[in-house]
Design a protein around this ligand. Sequence first.
Ligand SMILES: *[C@@H]1O[C@H](CO)[C@@H](O)[C@H](O)[C@H]1NC(C)=O
Ligand SMILES: *[C@@H]1O[C@H](CO)[C@@H](O)[C@H](O)[C@H]1NC(C)=O
Ligand SMILES: *[C@@H]1O[C@H](CO)[C@@H](O)[C@H](O)[C@H]1NC(C)=O
Ligand SMILES: *[C@@H]1O[C@H](CO)[C@@H](O)[C@H](O)[C@H]1NC(C)=O
Ligand SMILES: *[C@@H]1O[C@H](CO)[C@@H](O)[C@H](O)[C@H]1NC(C)=O
Length: 428
Amino acid sequence: MEQPLRLAMAMLALLCVTRPGEAWQRSKPIAEGLKAATLPRDFWGDAGPKFPPTELRDAIRAQQLRVLDARGQQRRLVLMALIGAQPEAANAGMWSLFLESLHNITFIGADGKEDRLSSHLVAVVMAPPNATADACQRASGHRGVRCAPMHSKFFSTNQFTWWGPAWAALSYAKISSLLAALSLGVDVLFLDSDQVFFKNPVPYFLERDGDVLVSSDACMARDDVVPEGDLPHGMPVNIGLLYIRAKPMAVRMAGNWLATLVASETRWVGQTQGWRFYDQNTFHFFFSGMNADFKDKAPKYLSANVLRADRFPNLCTGHCGCNITRLKPGAEGVKMNLTAGGTCKDDVMRSWFVFHSPCVKVHSAKLPILKNLTAMYQRLVGPIGSLSEPLRLVGGGGAAQHKLSAATGSGGKAVSVAESKRRWLRAL
Ligand SMILES: *[C@@H]1O[C@H](CO)[C@@H](O)[C@H](O)[C@H]1NC(C)=O
Ligand SMILES: *[C@@H]1O[C@H](CO)[C@@H](O)[C@H](O)[C@H]1NC(C)=O
Ligand SMILES: *[C@@H]1O[C@H](CO)[C@@H](O)[C@H](O)[C@H]1NC(C)=O
Ligand SMILES: *[C@@H]1O[C@H](CO)[C@@H](O)[C@H](O)[C@H]1NC(C)=O
Ligand SMILES: *[C@@H]1O[C@H](CO)[C@@H](O)[C@H](O)[C@H]1NC(C)=O
């Protein structure tokens, strides 16, 4: 039997055998008309997203970037993020800072013209049935973003509060979107929008052999170079930054992941604890299963690495990230704090690709923190994007970009965007 067909049948079988458990029926509806138990069925049913999601597929094709990895192999790649249909004020601010940072990370496109990371972002709009992605497109189109809807009646509420109906449905939207890109043969960099980028992370991913690269909430040392068959145990991953290479086994991973959520229908553990299973805490299931079966052969099928905490920091790893210098994988790092002057150290910031803001209890506190980190970076290091490594694109640009890189230097000296362009022109 063809693999995709088998996969579809396995998922269907799971659906058929899964019935709402008693616990579900006893638990209170989490919102009017939206019982937790109906979520998986809503997602597969008539009111849920269409499979294949046509608009999403078109957006992925339009936004994909053709790149060469360090081994000279071609990859197609797209950035993806989820967004509510009507983002409320705090989210709107965060979304626009997120887009602005991606917009300011520039590189020379295949046509020799300036290109930007935000022009390769697909925003998946978590939309109620029949709603369009127009509001997102109006708010984000000037950054080159393309929006496509993913429908569910669970998105009729715009409250993405922890354990609420829309929050729970978000897991389904995320994995379905990943599946859409991976099954088109396009690598995905899936991003939460409560983060700000400082340099282009794509060259870093393309230098690595790991098929799946994910960030973590732990300030601990790890190796993100040698591909591993399992995720390190006892190291909480954060799927808010997740790179997945489009391989047949990656498609299967995403399919399994979705099926795990469908099966978790019976694991609703109450209003206060919500779902025992959601996207992030089920992510490692596939890897541990595959590793148990294949042991040291597992990396051949699908390898995974947790990204270095000093390069991909977040607020859980320290207000200024995490120091893991000279530590062995698994060793506890040192959380970095603000200096007496209220800033992070510039040499620490130079190694950052991004800063992500989980581990903040009050949602509205995230934006001021990210804005401060952005201002700090611009003041002490330089413009966003100025320390980016070159990106090798299929069909050219590569040589010119190497010159650009040499001219702007990653030696750490801050240069303005205008100055780096002047240097680049001189280098040509
Ligand atoms: C993006 O670039 C513009 C134009 O150079 C600049 O005004 C703005 O501060 C930058 N924003 C970020 C977040 O880097
Ligand atoms: C969506 O549109 C269809 C066809 O126009 C209509 O039958 C259906 O009632 C609509 N659903 C909602 C939730 O508005
Ligand atoms: C990071 O740790 C190393 C090794 O302990 C130390 O030498 C260095 O000063 C630390 N960096 C900062 C910024 O604290
Ligand atoms: C930062 O603060 C944390 C918690 O107070 C502490 O454990 C850590 O050692 C501090 N880091 C540095 C570099 O002093
Ligand atoms: C941001 O920086 C300003 C000025 O340095 C400071 O007053 C404010 O407390 C900071 N806010 C956060 C959330 O860090």
